[in-house]
Design a protein around this ligand. Structure first.
Ligand code: AMP
Length: 402
């Protein structure tokens, strides 16, 4: 039986119905063009399914963080054009008021037609999960589909409020995201290892404390590693440390040992006095970081140590870069880890988080990964066991509890 307990588009009769589909088209733009269409491509199976089954499809999404509708650089028009190109069919773009302009356009639709409405965050009611705005969105349609995993951890009008007024089901992408991550947590083939990186421990404490209960090993790189090293009494020079979390890291190391989970920390680093592309970078052991230098990437011995563990794993989850991979002198560690994960073709490999996915693309390694998640924050929330309001709001399959 599938671990996914919600109804999906495949459990609904969509023919002839107006269907409001919440997608995550929060894509990067440059001068009015979409520079990475991964998120649009990820939504295509649901959109195609609905068109093929003669639905009238009304797409909605947020894009960036506009302050108001005057922030026209956040218009979804370029995403709409990119979608039309990928589908090879017309997608009508509708801006203006949801209750009037969009409502009228929705009423005029015919079967198999597609429209996209303007950036939801142009309306203050979206983030506020305003009752009236949620009602206006619901009034556009007869069925609501959520396919936006990237915002499933937000209780906004288009992810939570709207579902109170319409039959609400999951899209195919959201279902696959939840299924992959849930199966990984509940039924991993062992050894199961997680690799965590990124700048701060503060944002990942919840997920680390959950993963040390489930994984055989947790590998920690990035800026996060230094608070753990400080907890072991190691001097880390000018590296990023969150002093108020040293005690939590100490407790986490003890809890991992009690659970039989190894926490692997870096053994060497690439250090420099400043974070820049022309920095004078050197390699030092982890106990030799000079006071005026900071660790900005894992070193070559750590690359080998971590890659050796990754090669033994049967399930791998990776979230967060090993160093400041945006800068050439500090990209080697992240590249080495991406390569090690992609090389292990005996394992189920799952990668989540904007930076890790960007690194996979940068080093052209995406095809070696079993599942690349479209949601960083949402996957972290799911992993730490936090609620996902965008998922909780959907209708449950008959005979399943939640
Ligand atoms: P996060 O947003 O917490 O996932 O962190 C991602 C950011 O962490 C990236 O922009 C990296 O440049 C940064 N990062 C990775 N390693 C380090 C490090 N050793 N020191 C400072 N920043 C880092």
């Amino acid at each position: 039986m599938s671990s996914f307990t919600k109804k999906t588009v495949k459990d609904s009769d969509v023919a002839g119905k107006r269907v409001l589909v919440r997608v995550d088209f929060n894509v990067p733009l440059d001068g009015g063009a979409v520079t990475d269409d991964t998120r649009i491509r990820a939504a295509l199976p649901t959109i195609r399914y609905l068109i093929d089954h003669h639905a009238r499809v009304i797409l909605c999404s947020h894009l960036g963080r506009p302050k108001s509708s005057a922030d026209t650089q956040y218009s979804l028009r370029p995403a709409c054009r990119a979608l039309a190109r990928l589908l090879g069919r017309n997608v009508t773009f509708v801006d203006g008021d949801v209750a009037t302009d969009c409502h009228e356009a929705a009423q005029r639709m015919v079967d198999g037609e597609l429209i996209m409405i303007e950036n939801l965050r142009f309306h203050p009611g979206e983030k506020a999960n305003d009752l009236e705005f949620a009602r206006q969105l619901a009034d556009l349609a007869e069925l609501y589909v959520n396919d936006a995993f990237g915002t499933a951890h937000r209780a906004h009008a288009s992810t939570a409020g709207v579902a109170q007024h319409l039959p609400a089901v999951s899209g195919l992408l959201l279902a696959r995201e939840i299924e992959m991550l849930t199966d990984m947590l509940t039924n991993p083939v062992r050894p199961f290892i997680a690799i965590l990186g990124g700048s701060k421990v503060s944002e990942k404490l919840g997920v680390i404390s959950r993963l040390i209960q489930i994984c055989d090993a947790v590998l920690i790189g990035g800026g996060m590693a230094f608070t753990f090293l400080a907890a072991k009494g190691i001097e880390v020079g000018g590296s990023l440390v969150e002093p108020n979390l040293v005690a939590d890291c100490e407790a986490m190391l003890a809890a991992a040992a009690d659970n039989g989970c190894d926490i692997l920390l870096p053994i060497d680093f690439v250090v420099a006095a400043e974070m820049s592309n022309d920095a004078d970078a050197t390699i030092v052991g982890r106990e030799e970081i000079p006071p005026d230098q900071k660790g900005l990437d894992i070193g070559p011995a750590t690359e080998e140590y971590f890659a050796g563990t990754i090669a033994q794993a049967k399930t791998v989850f990776w979230n967060g870069p090993m160093g400041v991979f945006e800068l050439t002198p500090f990209q080697s560690g992240t590249k080495a880890i991406a390569e090690a994960v992609a090389r292990n073709n005996r394992a189920v490999t799952v990668v989540g988080g904007g930076d890790s996915v960007a690194a996979l693309k940068k080093f052209n390694l995406e095809s070696g990964i079993t599942f690349v998640s479209t949601g960083g924050g949402a996957s972290i929330c799911l992993l730490e066991g936090a609620a996902l309001p965008g998922l909780d709001a959907l209708d449950v399959l008959p005979g399943r509890d939640k």
